[in-house]
Design a protein around this ligand. Sequence first.
Ligand code: G3H
Ligand code: 13P
Ligand code: ZN
Length: 330
Amino acid sequence: MVNYKDLGLVNSRELFAKAMKGGYAIAAFNFNNMEQMQAIIQACVETKSPVILQVSSGARKYANQTLLRYMAQGAVEYAKELGFNVPIVLHLDHGDTFELCKSCIEYGFSSVMIDGSSHSYNENVELTAKVVEYAHKYDVTVEGELGVLAGVEDEVSSETHSYTQPSEVEDFVSKTGVDSLAISIGTSHGANKFKPEQCTRDENGILVPPPLRFDILEEIEKRIPGFPIVLHGSSSVPQDQVAIINRYGGQMKDAIGIPEEQLRRAAKSSVCKINIDSDGRIAMTAAVREILATKPTEFDPRKYLGPARDRLKELYMHKIINVLGSVNKG
Ligand code: G3H
Ligand code: 13P
Ligand code: ZN
């Protein structure tokens, strides 16, 4: 058993309290490999922004649990070496069992999500409360979820979504003891969040997706004032990067994300954590495709992963400065 505090990590409690007061959100960026981790830390040091390093169960299998523990510790030391000791949370994204949450806590995670949203309400309460009871013994913070997001990914999949019911949130929060709550108000996972026929077109012919359900968010805020809310599925799917992917042999069709101004609005509310994974995948893929296509003789991975890392860093800095507002909050 390794305690996250010995790795130099923090849990999310104080970060969320400050974000709530300050009207900004903390970035939760998913990572699976060294280049993504380096890009996240470089961006956060440069912007003096706190960050949640987020690992899905698929990412944990991909990278290996022991390596991840040392990578997180390395991230803390790397930030210091770059000149700013940013607060770093190591968080399990979409934990689906008590055993997985327990194992992550034993391997140095400072925060876990138990996603019981595919279960019945009562089973979700029971599972979440069990994880909270265990996690709080080690001062690890817990995110629960009410409502189901649409979208299909490796291990996070749901064909349809159902919005969070505000009438359930007080009961869920008080019965489980969770530290934050992920809600469903119209975001979804992946790069194809909406079908074109669900969208309207602006004056330039650009597809505009249906707005997030801020009315549901406001109702939730009324019922649990000051309680940290989490938004999953918050990639905006940058169209310039999608165009690069498609120009250089990729086939991303009808990729549509959440407009950034909607996320800016959410970040000013009680939304304290915004999850972004797909945008990073898209930026990295665009850079790799572009380089491999324009420099066909190149075969040194550093020559395409290095620029991909730079493009990721640029993306993360943009999110921190222009969307989340967490710049200089570290
Ligand atoms: O919400 C899910 C994350 O984007 C992680 O996706 O399970 O493919 O690692 P993954
Ligand atoms: P995106 O697919 O929109 O990046 O969402 C990521 C996420 O919610 C991770 O939990
Ligand atoms: Zn998610």
